[in-house]
Design a protein around this ligand. Structure first.
Ligand code: SF4
Length: 338
């Protein structure tokens, strides 16, 4: 396995594309081989990103009462969860949250809304107004995760309002998607990504691990992201929440999580691999290892319905590793939409 891992490292550094079969073989690494895999992923991260770690932050701009039934999510109205629900936050509140994100050294600030997505109408107009205001305030890059986009025209409007990156996770492998959601399809998600790409937005798309999918299905997701040529790849690790259909799903072990990060780094070598939900709760004392496993980006601050840790702790962790975050780094941001 050691020689194979080295061979895959060289291939990734030389710009080659690892195949599904190669990814599946890497996913079988166990014990000391996972350490070798992490070393290789770390070298690939350094090759493409140097010592820089990107940071971003999100706000739950509209919470709960969602019509969709994603089985991992506590914001679905169909699961009977007990979470705070509120309508779309007003512009001033969002501007304040963006300023707070910038103060926490986040370069990008993502608006997230719990709903099916965006059709022409008052929700779209309200969102465009907020995006324009955030882009004009300029505290951070303005990103968003607003669900399914109904038409190409809507994607153009979002871009024109100042939206730079659109987050839309594939969530899991195509072959597993129907197990986690039946109110919309994998194709709906692919179409949204294509609309946003065509409109000129950067694409942030990844998934959630630990929902009962197989290791091979994790690789299947990585191959789909290779095909889509996304820019940022958020990796979430299921934090099973009460009253959701996945509430009894056992958590992934920390070393399994690190292996997933490393395999994604090798399979998507030049992409900005981001750790997101679930890292604190599942990696615990091994959190700083996520960068050694190949992550070049992490989410700071709170998540949508759960709390993250203090951003000072994350900044300190990055500095202690002799890595740099935006405010300690004088280079141009790495994540600019062409
Ligand atoms: S993941 Fe998004 S679309 Fe799915 S239930 Fe949660 S808020 Fe709704």
């Amino acid at each position: 396995m050691r020689d194979f891992i080295r061979e895959m490292e060289t291939k990734a550094i030389e710009g080659g594309r690892l195949s599904y079969d190669e990814g599946c073989r890497l996913m079988t690494a166990e014990g000391p081989d996972v350490m070798d895999l992490m070393s290789s992923a770390n070298r690939v991260r350094i090759h493409y990103y140097g010592d820089r770690i990107n940071l971003c932050s999100i706000v739950n701009a509209k919470s709960g009462a969602c019509s969709e039934n994603c089985s991992f999510c506590s914001q679905s109205s169909l699961h009977g969860t007990d979470i705070a629900t509120y309508p779309l936050m007003d512009t001033d509140r969002l501007k304040h949250a963006a300023k707070e994100a910038a103060d926490n050294n986040a370069e990008a600030f993502g608006l997230v809304a719990a709903w099916w997505g965006l059709r022409e109408g008052p929700d779209l107009e309200a969102m465009l107004e907020r995006i324009r205001a955030l882009a004009a305030a300029g505290h951070t890059r303005t990103d968003a995760s607003l669900g399914i986009i109904d038409t190409q025209e809507i994607a153009y409007k979002l871009k024109e309002a100042g939206l730079e990156y659109y987050n839309h996770n594939l969530e899991t492998a195509r072959s597993y998607f129907s197990k986690i959601c039946s109110t919309h399809t994998y194709e709906d998600r692919l179409r949204t990504i294509e609309y946003c790409k065509k409109a000129g937005m950067g694409i942030c798309s990844g998934g959630i691990f630990g929902m009962g999918e197989s290791r091979d299905q994790r690789v299947e997701l990585a191959v789909a992201l290779q095909d889509l040529d996304v820019d940022v790849v958020p990796l979430n690790f299921l934090h099973a929440l009460p009253d959701t259909p996945l509430e009894d799903q056992p958590p992934l072990r920390p070393m399994e999580i690190l292996k997933i990060i490393a395999v994604f780094r090798l399979m998507l070598p030049s992409k900005d691999i981001m750790t997101a939900g679930g890292r604190e709760v599942h990696l615990r004392d091994l959190q700083s290892w996520m960068f050694m496993a190949g992550a070049s980006h992490t989410l700071v601050g709170n998540y949508l319905t759960t709390s993250g840790r203090k951003s000072e702790d994350d900044l300190k962790m990055i500095e202690d590793l002799d890595l740099k975050h935006a405010s300690s780094c004088h280079e141009q941001p790495l994540l600019q939409v062409q």
